[in-house]
Design a binder for this molecule. Structure first.
Ligand SMILES: Cc1cc2nc3c(=O)[nH]c(=O)nc-3n(C[C@H](O)[C@H](O)[C@H](O)COP(=O)(O)O)c2cc1C
Length: 149
């Protein structure tokens, strides 16, 4: 199963830690949407989008990437790290427009020093931790299993 994860991880590399652990274990391709804006994804069987949550949305670079590059009728999974709560609405609309199917969602806390949180040393310090990374690997393994791969 040829898989790619398109990610943006700009605050503390929290999301990148999740993306890397999956990529290292399962050999999936990764694309940094903050650096690469166009790519032909038609050769992939499964596409993941991953980022932190910033002002209630996934990173704009990931949203833009999906808008421009997501082929129609694809299986898609979503990953986010968050300080408060996971929110995938921003990208779900685009996936729906392109007749995509969301086959899985994974989220976990990520160290957050934005705004006033900086004054108290940040929240969710140490996340993603080992348990979060293990859960992410199990999530991806489950995705593969559901697809009989
Ligand atoms: C500018 C900014 C805005 C943020 N807004 C939110 C938010 O609306 N909701 C939330 O749960 N977390 C918010 N966070 C926390 C991040 O989502 C969290 O730290 C995430 O793990 C960052 O991922 P990254 O290190 O991969 O960029 C915000 C962080 C920053 C820097």
């Amino acid at each position: 199963m040829k898989t790619v994860i398109i990610y943006a991880s700009v605050h503390h590399n929290n999301t990148k830690k999740i993306v890397d652990v999956i990529a290292d274990e399962y050999g999936v391709d990764i694309i940094d949407a903050a650096k690469i804006t166009e790519k032909d994804l038609s050769g992939y069987d499964l596409i993941g989008f991953a980022s932190g949550i910033y002002f209630g949305k996934m990173h704009q670079a990931v949203i833009n990437f999906a808008e421009v590059n997501l082929p129609e009728d694809m299986d898609v999974f979503l990953i986010c790290t968050y300080g408060g709560k996971p929110v995938f609405d921003s990208i779900k609309g685009i996936i729906k427009e392109k007749q995509g199917r969301i086959v899985g969602e994974f989220s976990c806390k990520g160290y957050d020093t934005f705004g006033p949180f900086k004054l108290i040393g940040g929240i969710s310090k140490g996340h993603p931790d080992k348990n979060d990374l293990d859960n992410a690997k199990a999530f991806f393994k489950g995705l593969c299993k559901n697809r009989n791969l």
